[in-house]
Design a protein around this ligand. Structure first.
Ligand code: HXC
Ligand code: NAP
Length: 305
């Protein structure tokens, strides 16, 4: 299934012509939607995943839907936990038309678990994809960009947990927090050589992969109209796709080292400690105002200066 129509994108047709973008985990979910947006705007898009049939089918489907925009979508089985496999697949991309102009570190593994129930292999199953794998991909592409003096934009897909932690998803939260620091560090280290780094921290965007691991029996996550999301809804695919295109395109060339939340304001919900007042109506506000006024009048009556 594809998700986007031209009206979903904020950008002019052909915006990404000549751009060459690798999206890890681009065969499903958010990665596939970002691949779709780039392809619709004319980019050449490379997508990687471990399941060869899934990635190849996704590339075929995207080309059938949007191949007329002038770009190409190429799917390839590649396990980003294996540096040698990354190197070989990256060689193929460079041989296929030269340097990438963009990389989206999107591939991930995750599941909810009490932390005390995790085995070392369970921790590694997530950290080896998210923390180590994303770094290996970034390093392999980065060495090439620096050696050739080519500019590029790297966008990593994180979570808002990088700011406030992620109970019951600790290996993911730790790994994403590591990538947040990679984003900030390399934005400075490689920025003056034209390679910039930003990240997106999405709130809930229901995808099959996410729901199966984070909400396997229901009730684990915010639903539509949940008061935990100030905007009262989940994210829409097109909203994420537009942000990713913005960060990949040279139109955002002065944005570097930033992690941008796209979560309807959820991660700020507890800031200030009064977010529950959002449910108050006129009567409650009137009662509060009158109570405060009464206290002020009592205090004023006792003032001697
Ligand atoms: C505890 C678990 C577990 C669970 C697996 N393990 N599931 N431990 N609770 N629910 C343990 C296993 O017991 C084993 O350890 C170890 O993890 C490896 O398990 P495998 O199944 O062999 O792993 P593998 O085949 O490598 O699969 C990796 C995976 C899987 C991460 C476990 O879920 C996967 O392939 N995921 C890819 C897609 C995905 O996760 N997408 C969701 C992204 S959503 P032992 O010691 O028993 O051998 C996301 C959203 C964030 O990130 C934000 C939302 C707001
Ligand atoms: P998804 O569909 O399960 O996407 C994960 C993708 O990563 C899959 O295509 C998977 O394909 C690929 N992948 C996993 N391990 C890999 C490996 N070792 N090598 C190569 N590819 C690998 O889930 P999603 O919801 O779209 O998540 C996409 C990204 O958004 C993730 O980084 C996730 O943490 C982040 N995110 C999602 C949400 C949300 O609400 N959906 C919220 C915040 C952040 P294979 O299994 O075939 O390898």
């Amino acid at each position: 299934m594809t998700h986007l129509t031209p009206n979903d994108l904020m950008f002019r047709p052909g915006l990404m012509k000549g751009q060459r973008v690798l999206i890890t985990g681009g065969g499903t979910g958010l990665g596939k939607v970002m691949a779709e947006a780039c392809l619709m705007l004319g980019a050449d898009v490379y997508i990687w995943g471990r399941r060869g049939n899934v990635i190849e089918e996704a590339a075929r489907e995207l080309m059938d839907a949007h191949g007329d925009a002038g770009g190409r979508c190429v799917g390839r089985a590649c396990d980003i936990r294996v540096p040698e496999a990354i190197h070989e697949a990256m060689d193929e991309i460079w041989a296929d038309g030269g340097a990438l102009t963009g990389l989206v570190n999107n591939a991930a593994g995750n599941f909810i678990s009490r932390t005390e129930d995790l085995s070392p292999k369970g921790f590694d199953a997530i950290a080896n994809i998210v923390f180590r794998g994303s770094f290996f991909v970034t390093l392999d592409a980065g060495k090439r960009w620096l050696a050739e003096g080519k500019p590029a934009s790297v966008v990593s897909i994180l979570t808002t947990w990088v700011w406030h932690g992620g109970p019951f998803t600790v290996p993911s939260a730790m790994s994403k927090a590591g990538l947040n620091v990679m984003t900030q560090s390399l934005a400075v280290e490689w920025g003056n050589r034209g390679v910039r780094f930003n990240a997106i921290a999405p709130g809930p965007f229901p995808t099959e992969g996410m729901s199966a691991r984070l909400n396997p029996t229901g009730g684990a996550m915010a639903e539509e109209k949940d008061p935990m999301i100030p905007l009262g809804r989940n994210g829409e695919m097109r909203e994420l796709a537009n942000l990713a295109v913005y960060l990949l395109d040279p139109g955002s060339a002065y944005v570097n080292g930033q992690t941008i939340a796209i979560d309807g304001g959820s991660h700020l919900l507890t800031s200030g400690g009064f977010s529950r007042l959002a449910s108050w109506g006129d009567a409650e506000w009137e009662a509060a105002r009158n109570a405060i006024k009464a206290t002020n009048e009592k205090d004023r009556a006792q003032r001697t200066v």
